[in-house]
Design a protein around this ligand. Structure first.
Ligand code: SF4
Length: 251
């Protein structure tokens, strides 16, 4: 089966544990204001690649991934091509490759039985989900990404039920996602899940801005400064406070 692929990277170090072969898919329905990959938004374009071709590329550098690495699919939004993921990850599992899915969770829809059947088939093939929660508050989420967060939050509970390890990622943007109350609320929400294995608080940076210029799209966060690394540590601590509070309640 073909996937619509934006690009491949042989030596990823920030997309899951160890060194990873990273597949960037083309197409995303979200429009996060801080997105640094607006070139992956369009559901057309990219290059069609078969799962076998992708695995051939993986095996070219296979020894490098033996440090606890594996294969990650990111994007764009991988779950928009769930049939392709089922085939690719199915082959990975046959070949003993660690699989990671880096997603916004936007395609998760518990009211769509056909989609849920696919999710149920996919999950046993995924070793780790890196889930980006963009904002814990529904209204702020819509404002930031032009999509609701209701099903994204339900996706956390679903992953917990399925016993799929989950890393939560949260980009901290000055003045937009750095409010202490919401950071605590985020921690309090994710603190209830036993499959939560790690938290990545990521600093907003402005490196995506030139891509917008090239694409002729106005940059929505013009003038917003990059996140200060020292403040980032304090902000991450707010999320951890929320996690600890929830975990204390549950014990
Ligand atoms: S979900 Fe990811 S790829 Fe899609 S708009 Fe947001 S940051 Fe960009």
């Amino acid at each position: 089966m073909d996937g619509r692929i934006h690009s491949l990277e042989s030596f990823g170090t920030v997309d899951g544990p160890g060194t990873r072969f990273v597949v960037f898919v083309q197409g995303c329905p979200m429009r996060c204001k801080y997105c640094h990959n607006p070139d992956t938004w369009a559901m057309t374009g990219g290059q069609m690649m078969t799962t076998d071709y992708i695995l051939e590329q993986y095996h070219r550098n296979e020894p490098f991934y033996r440090n606890g690495g594996g294969l990650t699919v990111t994007g764009g939004e991988p779950l928009m091509q769930i049939d392709f993921l089922i085939e690719l990850y199915g082959k990975c599992k046959e070949q003993g490759i660690h699989t990671c899915l880096d997603t916004s969770g936007i395609a998760f829809n518990p009211d769509n039985a056909a989609m849920m059947e696919k999710f149920d088939r996919l999950m046993p093939l995924v070793d780790l989900v890196m889930l980006d929660i963009k904002h814990i508050d529904p209204e702020h989420h819509k404002e930031l990404c032009q999509q609701p967060n209701e099903n994204i939050l339900k996706f956390c509970a679903y992953l917990d039920e399925k016993h799929v390890d989950m890393w939560i990622r949260h980009v901290i943007v000055p003045g937009i996602t750095d409010d202490d109350k919401y950071l605590y609320d985020l921690g309090y929400f994710i603190g209830q899940f036993s499959n939560l294995k790690a938290l990545d608080a990521l600093p907003y940076h402005t490196m995506g801005e030139t891509k917008y210029e090239k694409l002729g799209i106005e940059y929505p966060l013009k003038g917003v400064p990059a996140m200060d690394k020292k403040i980032l540590i304090e902000k991450k601590e707010k999320i951890l406070d929320g996690i600890r509070a929830r975990r204390n309640e549950n014990h």
